[in-house]
Structures are given as structure tokens and as C-alpha cells.
Design a protein around this ligand. Structure first.
Ligand SMILES: *[C@@H]1O[C@H](CO)[C@@H](O)[C@H](O)[C@H]1NC(C)=O
Ligand SMILES: *[C@@H]1O[C@H](CO)[C@@H](O)[C@H](O)[C@H]1NC(C)=O
Ligand SMILES: *[C@@H]1O[C@H](CO)[C@@H](O)[C@H](O)[C@H]1NC(C)=O
Length: 604
């Protein structure tokens, strides 16, 4: 190449770099990511080369492009209705039972401290510990998801010293930058915002930095709601909001629960800061859900996927209370309670949704002892509006029992308590039937079309089994019964189950969450025994050197671990196990509502 040309190119490159550098300086300040000091100096954290500087933004000085012209104020009226009691009146136990309960409580606390030690030594300030290898993962913005998510568990378990160390670390988190370019708005809300607010509430406001940080996170998340129709961008490129002029529109293919369950966290933030804008942001979303409720393809319920950019809620035909929908429903009665019953809308939306779910989602499965239980399945509407039930059970759906029990009390619908109990026993059955005593992630069973005609027979079970496998196993000559028996043996199907669709257990909390609510609502000690059975099964199957890990197959003892421990293990699963054995005054449901990540907020 000609030397002049080369010089000229070099000059261009240098000046372009300079222009780029100066222009970025004008709109942002470059800063280093938060220091990641290890908790213990004797750890063996990898010494990675210094990460490149990240863009930084002060969200409290962010001016929205689509500021609403009016603000819906937080309901504050002093003459709120007096709400019914949620918890049972009597929690009787003998002295012996009391001692046993305290032993169980200690065992749960030990499991927590084992996991917490692993996190602090090997993953401190990172999102998650990898419990098999002792490494770490950053998958929720990289702000220390497990740390923030577990603050309130530390407080509830009386680990005060650890709590203070954790709060100091939280004070150093920089929410002005992120370890990821695209943030999951829902996960950031329930884990970080929820975790901070609950820790602030539970510690009686003695650590103001927790509310400051919550306000920082809330201020940031408002950026994801800064769209022309004020609906959220659920997978949000935060730098696009902060530094570019590009107009951002709400998601056109959004998961229903990610849109519909931001209410509790933003409302509690509004209550604690007095800033109406946080309530306004989520009340607008609720109003759209209310408007759409009667116009979906299964009126009363909202489908799994939504187009919130065009506000179209009728394009998807899949309805479930399980994954991708779950907390949308869970938040309706809880938001009613958090607002002290001041907004009736949440009651009517819940009532209509539950009525529809009872008709189209809840089914009675064939059970070897003819137990009268319920499972919440998935229903698809076909082109001409006929429902088709997929008799699928999900671990995620086990929260429904607790939701229905809470709603039965809050809205004084005593008959619903029996429904809650049947749903609870559906999950307990799925735990008890498996070889490890733990429910799988996904399974199918044989639904009885008529709940009053559900007597066990092997033939009915075989029909159910063949229905799922008919295209797989080609023994044309075998009788249906012989074919079913072979499939049952091959797949080790427990009696009544027709498919174990996904045999993993991922340390999920939904079953113990409902067991805890059922216990507090009924005062029936049998739920403590159920909880203990679940706890011993889970702690045995999941314990590793560094903490607790998911497992590959709940129906195969020793099937192998999965090197993942999401923050909900210490934030939710172990918290609920602890609360089942704690005094009923600890996090009383008459004073607190828990968000979907088990973070208690003081009821307004
Ligand atoms: C952000 O800006 C506000 C208002 O100017 C200021 O009070 C606050 O200290 C700033 N926060 C950070 C983290 O720089
Ligand atoms: C939707 O339908 C339910 C049940 O039919 C009714 O109670 C409710 O008022 C309706 N809501 C709207 C917004 O039309
Ligand atoms: C009960 O259900 C079975 C299987 O679905 C059916 O064959 C039978 O006719 C039903 N019996 C009554 C009394 O409805």
C-alpha cells in the first residue's frame, strides 16, 4: 500500500476514535464496575483480567420520553374495609410436638447455613453458586441475585451478623450499570426490588440503605415502562433507553406473568417512598388486563403470550396457571391485601379467573386409592372455540393451592378452601409417588371426565398411558393392555401416572409454599408432617459439597445432580420450610403478603 494512503487511513482512524470517545464522554461517565471483594480471603476465586469499563447511568436523573399526562394516585383512604383474618385461630401442640418442631426448624436452618457458606465462599457478589463445581454464574444482571434475594431469609432465621454483612455488601452494589445488555424486567423486579423492600420492611426500617437501593432499582425499571402506551418492554436493552434516541415500544410477544406481576413490588415501593409514579406504572397495566379479561379466547383467563404493544390479548390460545402465567393470577388477591382492600377491581378479576379455572383447568386424576384430589392442567382453545385439556401437572403450578386458600379467606369463600385442599393433595401425591419422594418438573396423569365417576381400574390407567405413547412404540400385535404394561415398566411409571415428561427437580419452592399457606390457614399439624417428609427427601437428594443442587430424575435414586442453584433455593424454598416450623406469629399472613419470590411486604 502507498505510504501516503496508509498515513491518511491512520489519521482517519485516530480522529474517528477521538470523536467517538468525546461524544460518549458528553453523555455518560465511564466508571469501573463495583469492586468484587471476596467474602473470605482464603477463597480461590479466579483472578480474571480487569473487565472493560462499562457505561454508567444515574436513573434518578433520567427524564422519561413518554411521561404520562396524569398520574393514578396510590389509594390511601383511611376508611379502608376491615379485612377477614387469614390465619387459623388455633395452633395447638403438645410439649413433645413442640420439641420435635424445633428440631425440624434447626435442620432447615442447618441446610440454609450450608448453602449460604457455599455462596459466600465461592460465589460472593455473583448471582448464583454452582453447587457441584463450586464455581459461579451471573445470569440476572450480575448484581448478586442470591445475596439480595436471601437478605430477608437471613433476617427471618435470626442470622443477624450475616444479615449485617450482607447489607453492607448490598450498599456497594451499583445499579447504574449491569453485567448484561438485556435485562429480564420481571426477574429483576421480583428478586432485587422485592428482596430489598422485604429486607427493609422486616428489619423495621433500621437499614435505610435498603430503601435507597430499592428506589434506585425501581427508578431504573421505570425505564423499561417508558413506552408510548406505558406497557413494559419485558426483555429490556437498558443502554438503549439510557443513551440512544431510538423510540422503544412495548413487547409484542410477551410472557403473561412477566407483564402482569409487577404490581406488588411497585406498589410497596410507592407506599414506602410516597411516590405515586411507581403505583401509576403498574395500575395502568392492571387496567389493561381488566379490559381484556372478557375478550380472550377463554374469557376469564388470559393466555400465556400477549402482544402488549398492540394490546392484543386474544391471539394466543393456551391457558394455564403454570409456567409463564402463574404469578399474574397469584398477584390479584395479594395486591388486594397489600392495598388494604381499597381496590375492589383485584377481587373481581380474581373471582372471575378462578371460576373459569375451576371449570376448564382443574381436573380430578385417576388415583390408585380413589383419593378425591385435583390437578391444575393446561387448556388449549381450538379454532372453533372448543377447549381441549392437556392433563399436565407442573411443579410450578403447585402454588395454586396456596393462592386458592388465601383467596378463600380474603374474599370469604369458605367452599374454596376444600378446592385448595384437593389441589394441595394433588401435589403431595406427585411427591409421594416418586422414587426419591420429590415431584418432577412435568408429568401427565389420566383425567376423569366426570369427577364423580373416577374409580380406579387398571384398564382406565392403561387407556391413559396408551393415549400418550400411541405413536412411539410400534408393537402393533400386542393388546392395548400388554402395550401399556410394557410402557409402564419401561418408563417406571408410578400407578396413575401416564408420563413423566420432565423428571428433573430444580430446587423449586411452589409445593412447600402451598403447604405453608395451608398450615397457617387451617392450623392443621398434618401439613408440618408433609413438609418434613418433603424436606428430608429434598435435602437428602440435593446436598452437595458446596450447597444444594438440582437433580436429573426424581424417579431414579442417584440419577445425578445439575450444577445449578437458582437464588430461589435460599430465598424461597428454605424460607418456606423454615416458616412451616417457626412460630405462627413469624411473618403472619394477617400482617404480611409475600411476593412470588417469597419476599414479605408489610400490608397497607
Ligand atoms: C444521581 O443523581 C441524583 C440527583 O442529581 C443525586 O442526588 C445522586 O447522588 C446521584 N446518584 C448517583 C449514584 O450518582
Ligand atoms: C366480565 O364477565 C364477568 C362474568 O360474566 C362479569 O362479572 C364482569 O363484569 C365482566 N367484566 C367486564 C369488564 O365486562
Ligand atoms: C364412568 O366412566 C367410564 C370411563 O370413562 C365410562 O365407561 C362409564 O360409562 C362411566 N360410568 C357412568 C355411570 O357414567
Amino acid at each position: 500500500m502507498n505510504i501516503l494512503l496508509r498515513r491518511w487511513l491512520l489519521l482517519c482512524l485516530v480522529s474517528l476514535t477521538l470523536i467517538y470517545f468525546l461524544s460518549s464522554l458528553s453523555q455518560l461517565t465511564l466508571s469501573r464496575p463495583p469492586s468484587r471483594a471476596p467474602y473470605n480471603l482464603d477463597t480461590d476465586l479466579p483472578s480474571d483480567s480487569p473487565p472493560p469499563p462499562k457505561k454508567h447511568v444515574n436513573w434518578s436523573t433520567y427524564s422519561p420520553r413518554n411521561a404520562p399526562t396524569s398520574t393514578i394516585p396510590l389509594p390511601r383512604s383511611t376508611h379502608a374495609p376491615s379485612l377477614p383474618k387469614i390465619q387459623a385461630r388455633i395452633f395447638a401442640e403438645t410439649q413433645e410436638q413442640g420439641l420435635e418442631r424445633l428440631e425440624r426448624l434447626q435442620a432447615v436452618k442447618d441446610a440454609f447455613t450450608h448453602s449460604w457458606r457455599g455462596y459466600t465462599r465461592h460465589a460472593w457478589l455473583h448471582d448464583e453458586l454452582k453447587p457441584v463445581t463450586g464455581e459461579y454464574r451471573d445470569v440476572f444482571g450480575g448484581w448478586g441475585a442470591t445475596l439480595v434475594d436471601s437478605l430477608d431469609t437471613l433476617w427471618i432465621m435470626g442470622l443477624e451478623r450475616e444479615f449485617k454483612v450482607a447489607v453492607e455488601a448490598v450498599a456497594g452494589i451499583d445499579f447504574g450499570t449491569a453485567g448484561e445488555d438485556v435485562l429480564n424486567v420481571f426477574e429483576t423486579t421480583i428478586r432485587y426490588l422485592g428482596g430489598l423492600l422485604a429486607a427493609y420492611d422486616l428489619s423495621g426500617g433500621r437499614f435505610p440503605v435498603l430503601l435507597e437501593k430499592a428506589r434506585e432499582v425501581g427508578g431504573m425499571l421505570m425505564g423499561a415502562l417508558d413506552t408510548p402506551n406505558h406497557m413494559p418492554v419485558t426483555r429490556w436493552d437498558w443502554q438503549l433507553s439510557a443513551f440512544s434516541e431510538t423510540e422503544m415500544e412495548a413487547s409484542n410477544h410477551a410472557i403473561a406473568s412477566e407483564v402482569g406481576s409487577l404490581t406488588l413490588e411497585f406498589t410497596r415501593l410507592a407506599q414506602l417512598t410516597g411516590e405515586d409514579r411507581f403505583y401509576d406504572a403498574v395500575q395502568r397495566i392492571t387496567d389493561e388486563f381488566e379490559r381484556a379479561q372478557n375478550g380472550t379466547r377463554l374469557p376469564g383467563l388470559w393466555p400465556m403470550m400477549l402482544n402488549v404493544r398492540r394490546l392484543m390479548f386474544h391471539t394466543d390460545n393456551t391457558f394455564t396457571l403454570g409456567g409463564m402465567s402463574d404469578s399474574l393470577y397469584e398477584y390479584l388477591p395479594k395486591q388486594y391485601l397489600l392495598l388494604g382492600g381499597r381496590v375492589e377491581q383485584y377481587q373481581s378479576m380474581y373471582t372471575y379467573a378462578l371460576e373459569t379455572a375451576k371449570k376448564y383447568l382443574f381436573f380430578r386424576p385417576l388415583h390408585p386409592e380413589n383419593a378425591d384430589i385435583l390437578i391444575s392442567g393446561t387448556t388449549k382453545m381450538n379454532g372453533v372455540g372448543n377447549p381441549h385439556l392437556d392433563p399436565q401437572g407442573q411443579h410450578l403450578t403447585c402454588f395454586v393451592a396456596g393462592m386458592v386458600a388465601l383467596g378463600a379467606k380474603a374474599f370469604e369463600q369458605p367452599d374454596d378452601l376444600a378446592v385448595a385442599e384437593k389441589l394441595m393433595h394433588g401435589c403431595i401425591w406427585a411427591y409421594d409417588a416418586m422414587a426419591t419422594g420429590i415431584m418432577p418438573e412435568l408429568f401427565r396423569s389420566a383425567p376423569c371426565e366426570d369427577a364423580n365417576n373416577c374409580t380406579w381400574s387398571d384398564e382406565r390407567w392403561y387407556d391413559g398411558v396408551n393415549a400418550f405413547y400411541k405413536h412411539q412404540e410400534g408393537e402393533k400385535d400386542a393388546s392395548p393392555a400388554a402395550r401399556a404394561r410394557r410402557l409402564i415398566e419401561l418408563n417406571k411409571l408410578p400407578k396413575g401416572f401416564t408420563e413423566i415428561t420432565d423428571g428433573r427437580y430444580l430446587l423449586r419452592p411452589e409445593a412447600i409454599e402451598s403447604v405453608w399457606v395451608m398450615y397457617r390457614v387451617t392450623g392443621d399439624r398434618k401439613y408440618q408432617d408433609v413438609a418434613w417428609r418433603m424436606f428430608t427427601a429434598i435435602s437428602e437428594a440435593t446436598k452437595t459439597k458446596f450447597g444444594h443442587a438440582g437433580i436429573q430424575n426424581v424417579n431414579d435414586v442417584g440419577s445425578g445432580t445439575i450444577d445449578v442453584c437458582e437464588s430461589f433455593w435460599t430465598a424461597e424454598t428454605l424460607k418456606y420450610f423454615y416458616l412451616v416450623f417457626a412460630d405462627e406469629g413469624v411473618v403472619s399472613l394477617d400482617e404480611w403478603v409475600l411476593n412470588t419470590e417469597a419476599h414479605p411486604f408489610k400490608r397497607g
